[in-house]
Design a protein around this ligand. Structure first.
Ligand code: IMP
Length: 428
């Protein structure tokens, strides 16, 4: 079946953008199914770096259909800026379509995101402050504003009035903050509506038509398994469903339409924001990985917490999403390491843990079970065939594959498209 899901297996920032970009060349349609501009995908094409937040990475190939599904939350000002930004660099955006059912991020969502974080004090989540959580909250409270509502000036005026009154009361009473002026927000958003109108469509309908016509579809996940609202390290999670199951709801297709699932695994682990991270390094090794890997957030610029590769996390992701193959990224960042550790399991109070703990208290107290492996201490960035990788690099990858119980499908040794080894064709 010609559809492939690419999703993150860790806490995000695995390099999904590069893998999606690579596979997008073979796809006819590329689809975002969850999240919003909390995501940040860096893609390098012809020596030029593109940082995408909302646009599917497939946009960088002319002629692809790129869909932003109903499960995504859209900040119209940000999306329009991104569209204009890529257009100015010669990218054709005529294949872009955005779901009429996607929810709209409003200015009060952004302010509430900030206010709620301040109010959480020591228990803050470390959100990207893009209004993502509050927008999904409104969606679930059934008072949200969808793209279809924004396209209808009369309907928009009504729902905005109701929302702005409620949110202004909330901002004043709960956070002693000034609210928003109804007319100003209305005018700003109706101007966005006119610019977005040509892109609006029933993306689920179009996607199903494409699938029925035998087109190749690539689903592009944002964030990752341990940030999944249900299965991640709750409450230090995002508000959507990055796991492969999120595709069905967030793009509007049936599970039988998913062909292969590719889990992107960074060759080590990073996390931004708060919450437990069992294999975190607080020493010079962690600093070395952060500096060599430029591990600073694409969206917020925050330094990322770095740690050893945690195969227990990857195995959990594999089960939750039925991952067929791993795409392992950033192997080259480890090129200088003398020895490496892989976490292959956890113990809690001296006992091995089979399942991934739901309790954050337990997760914060688990002892990682490490295996130490020798490093390869040579440059892998010019290697193009898996067999040509140093033996110790292959041993490292194969131990991961064994411990995570997932086959290796792709290995990446640099940001460029050509720095990619394909062990299995995903669209075959
Ligand atoms: P939110 O998605 O802005 O609500 O943030 C919730 C949590 O998800 C925070 O810990 C963020 O740092 C994290 N997060 C959101 N988007 C990304 C991403 O694209 N990469 C890594 N972490 C993310």
């Amino acid at each position: 079946m010609g559809s492939v899901v690419v999703m993150g297996t860790q806490w995000g920032d695995e390099g999904k953008g590069k893998i999606v970009d690579y596979l997008a060349e073979q796809a006819d349609v590329v689809v975002r199914y969850q999240g919003g501009n909390n995501a940040g995908h860096t893609v390098v094409v012809g020596g030029e770096e593109f940082k995408l937040h909302l646009l599917p990475s497939g946009i960088l190939y002319n002629g692809k259909t790129c869909l932003i599904g109903n499960g995504v939350v859209i900040d119209p000002g940000v999306l329009l800026k991104e569209i204009k930004g890529v257009q100015a660099r010669g990218i054709d955006t005529s294949g872009l379509k955005i779901s009429n059912r996607a929810h709209v991020i409003m200015p009060y969502h952004r302010l509430l995101d900030e206010a709620e974080e301040i109010a959480r004090g020591d228990f803050k989540i470390g959100t990207t402050k893009r209004g993502i959580g509050p927008c999904y909250m409104d969606k679930n409270s059934r008072c949200g504003i969808r793209i279809v509502d924004l396209m209808d000036a009369e309907e928009f005026a009504l729902v905005l009035k109701r929302n702005i009154e409620a949110k202004n009361r909330l901002l004043k009473c709960m956070y002693d903050m000034d609210g928003f002026d109804y007319e100003t927000v209305k005018a700003e958003y109706l101007a966005y509506a006119e610019q977005l109108r040509p892109y609006v469509a029933d993306t689920s309908y179009e996607l199903n038509e494409s699938i029925d016509a035998g087109e190749k579809v690539l689903f592009e996940g944002a964030q990752a398994t341990l940030l999944d609202l249900d299965h991640g390290t709750y409450p230090y999670v995002t508000s959507s469903h990055p796991i492969a199951g999120g595709v069905c709801v967030g793009a509007g297709i049936g599970p039988t339409k998913i062909g292969k699932v590719v889990g992107v695994v960074k060759a080590y682990t990073t996390r931004v924001g708060e919450g437990p991270f069992p294999s975190e390094l607080h020493d010079a090794v962690g600093d070395h990985i952060r500096e060599r890997g430029h591990e600073y957030g694409t969206t917020t610029g925050r330094p990322r917490r770095c740690g050893w590769l945690d195969a227990r996390v990857v195995r959990y992701a594999g089960k939750l999403s039925g991952i067929d193959y791993m795409a392992i990224t950033r192997l080259d960042i480890l090129d200088e390491m003398k020895t490496l550790k892989i976490c292959v399991g956890y113990t809690y109070k001296g006992q091995p843990l089979n399942e991934f703990p739901a309790s954050l208290k337990v997760l914060a107290e688990v002892e990682p079970v490490y295996e130490e492996l020798p490093g390869w201490q040579s440059d892998t960035t010019a290697i193009r065939r898996y067999e040509d990788l140093p033996l110790n690099a292959r041993r490292y990858l194969e131990r991961l594959s064994e411990a995570a119980e997932i086959k290796i499908g792709i290995v990446s040794v640099g940001p460029r498209r050509d720095q990619t080894m394909i062990l299995h064709e995903m669209f075959a």
